[in-house]
Design a protein around this ligand. Sequence first.
Ligand SMILES: C/C(=C\C(=O)SCCNC(=O)CCNC(=O)[C@H](O)C(C)(C)COP(=O)(O)OP(=O)(O)OC[C@H]1O[C@@H](n2cnc3c(N)ncnc32)[C@H](O)[C@@H]1OP(=O)(O)O)C(=O)O
Length: 286
Amino acid sequence: MNDVTTDYAEWIGRQETTDDDLSQTLALAAAAMLDDTQTCLGTGSALPPLWHWFYFLPRVPQMLLGIDGHPQRGGFMPPIPYPRRMFAGARMRFHHPLLIGQPARRAATIRDIRLKSGRSGKLAFVSVCYGYYQDDRLCIEEEQDIVYREPGPAVACPRMLDEWPPLPAGACARIVTPDPRLLFRFSALTFNAHRIHYDRPYAMKEEGYPGLVVHGPLTAVLLMELVRQEVARPVQEFSFRGLTPLFDLAPFRIVCTPVNERQCALEAQAPDGATAMRASVELAPV
Ligand SMILES: C/C(=C\C(=O)SCCNC(=O)CCNC(=O)[C@H](O)C(C)(C)COP(=O)(O)OP(=O)(O)OC[C@H]1O[C@@H](n2cnc3c(N)ncnc32)[C@H](O)[C@@H]1OP(=O)(O)O)C(=O)O
């Protein structure tokens, strides 16, 4: 089940390059969404880690969007027939911060396509590598896993704990209320038209979710913001895997637990206490 079918083999190695001027306006809009009134975001300032996701936006014409709101498959992304797209995870290494207001380039390459069978049914994982450059200098290396699922049974509404469990020693945490205003602003900032994040009838009736789905990259950004504010040290590496979706139906908790001098374990906990996203950061040496 792990082999790429010949149908998709020609997509491996496919490349796409996107230029962006890393406008200050978008950084200020991202800061507003994150309630960040402190970070200096002037021209030439370092873009906080993961904020590169607010740039290099897809420029696919409206007429080429699929029914789910994503660009129709068969262009850069392979024509996988499973209809339910999700962001499954990513790994990245930060070499240098991107600087606001200066031209930058993103080079994308499809690295791998794998068909798997999971508890939820048939899955197709597409791994896309990205290199982010400024002045021809590699600033960030990233690999994203996008998963396409076949339709399955409706996803149940998660039960809510009466109380969050105690935190591990040394951990810090924050409760996030993922209301539609936050999801809408994140969709807008990433120019992501996937309807599961803002169109409740579509999310529930077509894709079988109990509510609007929280973007995986939004949860990852919130975890990174917790590190940026509470640990306040430069991050060298970051990785995450989405284990179960989060919805706009109840608050979730994000937790950062130091593991050693250089590493923190991160987690987003669903309202029922289950781990919805597991992540880790490697910090720069002191
Ligand atoms: C933006 C954007 C979209 C979104 O943001 S969607 C919302 C964010 N994403 C999520 O909420 C995804 C949450 N995860 C899940 O729903 C499930 O974990 C998933 C991905 C459907 C898989 O669940 P299964 O239970 O069917 O899978 P298994 O645990 O049985 O594993 C089967 C094999 O798949 C591998 N695998 C599972 N999860 C991941 C993952 N996150 N990343 C990479 N690989 C994964 C697992 O290791 C098994 O592989 P084997 O080789 O061991 O068979 C947008 O669209 O842009």
